[in-house]
Design a binder for this molecule. Structure first.
Ligand code: UDP
Length: 242
C-alpha cells in the first residue's frame, strides 16, 4: 500500500477539490457522508500507488468577495476564506486518517497548534514517504483563489498533472447546468480556454499552468472511481494542455 512508487501514468499529482464537494446536499458546511465519500475516493487513488497532494477550497464555508457584504473589507474577507480552507483541510485529514491513509496538513497561513507550515521541501519529503499532503490556506494571499493555489502547488511540487474534481464531467462550451446545448470538449488548449473564457479555472490559475506546462484534467467528482482513474492517467473528463 505504499504510495512512493506508482504504476500509473502519473507518479505525483495535485488534486483540487472545491469546498462545495464537502457539503453534500446541505449546500453549506461539512457533511460527514460527503466527507467520507471523498476520503474513500482519495484512498482508492492512494492505494493505486501515486503520490498525492490535495488542495481544498473553502466555498462551502465562506467565499470572500461574494459573501462579505458591506461590513467586511475584501482583504479580511479573503483571509476568512483562507481560514475556511484550513477548516476543510482538517476535516479531510481526519476522514483520511480514519481510513488509515497517512496524511499531513500544511498551511500557507501558519497555525502552529493545528498543522505544519507550508515548506516545499518538507511537503515533497512527505509525498516521497507515501503521505497524502493537504495544502491549506490557499496561496496565503488575498485576491487569489484556491484554483490558483492548486496550480501553484502543482508546479512547486513538480506534479505530473493538476487534477480538478468538479460538479460536472469536464469542460463545456457553456454551463451544462444552464445551457442544454452546451457541448463537452475532450481536449482543450490553454490559450483557447483563456480566450473563450471557458469555465475551467480563473485566468491566473490557467496562465500559471500554461507557462509551466502543467497539464490540467477536469472531471466529475461524483462518478465513483474517477479520482483513481484520473490519477492512473485513464481518460476522464477534459484534458487541458499547451
Ligand atoms: N482565498 C484567497 N486567497 C487564496 C485562496 C483563497 O483569498 O489564495 C479566499 C477567497 O476569498 C475565496 C475563499 O478563500 O473566495 C475560498 O476559496 P475558493 O473560493 O477558491 O474555494 P472553492 O470555490 O474552491 O471552494
Amino acid at each position: 500500500m505504499s504510495a512512493s512508487g506508482g504504476t500509473g501514468k502519473y507518479k505525483r499529482v495535485l488534486l483540487k477539490l472545491s469546498g462545495e464537494s464537502l457539503c453534500g446536499d446541505r449546500g453549506h458546511g461539512i457533511n460527514s457522508q460527503a466527507l467520507f465519500s471523498i476520503a474513500r475516493e482519495i484512498k482508492a487513488a492512494y492505494d493505486g500507488g501515486a503520490q498525492l497532494g490535495v488542495v481544498v477550497g473553502g466555498g462551502n464555508i465562506w467565499r470572500g468577495a461574494q459573501d462579505r457584504g458591506e461590513a467586511i473589507g475584501r482583504v479580511t474577507a479573503d483571509y476568512m476564506g483562507m481560514l475556511a480552507t484550513i477548516i476543510n483541510a482538517l476535516a479531510l485529514q481526519d476522514a483520511l486518517l480514519h481510513l488509515g491513509v497517512p496524511t499531513r496538513v500544511q498551511t500557507a497561513i501558519e497555525i502552529q497548534k493545528l498543522a505544519e507550515a507550508y515548506i516545499r521541501r518538507r511537503a515533497i519529503r512527505h509525498l516521497e514517504k507515501g503521505r497524502v499532503v493537504i495544502f491549506a490556506g490557499g496561496t496565503g494571499n488575498p485576491y487569489f483563489t484556491t484554483d490558483t493555489a492548486a496550480s501553484l502547488r502543482a508546479v512547486e511540487i513538480e506534479a505530473d498533472a493538476l487534477l480538478k474534481a468538479t460538479q460536472v464531467d469536464g469542460v463545456y462550451t457553456a454551463d451544462p447546468r444552464i445551457d442544454k446545448k452546451a457541448k463537452k470538449l475532450m481536449n482543450v488548449k490553454f490559450m483557447d480556454a483563456i480566450r473563450d473564457r471557458l469555465r475551467v479555472m480563473d485566468t491566473t490559475a490557467l496562465t500559471l499552468c500554461m507557462e509551466n506546462r502543467m497539464p490540467v484534467v477536469v472531471f466529475n467528482l461524483h462518478v465513483k472511481g474517477n479520482i483513481a482513474r484520473a490519477v492512473k492517467g485513464e481518460k476522464v473528463g477534459t484534458t487541458i494542455t499547451e
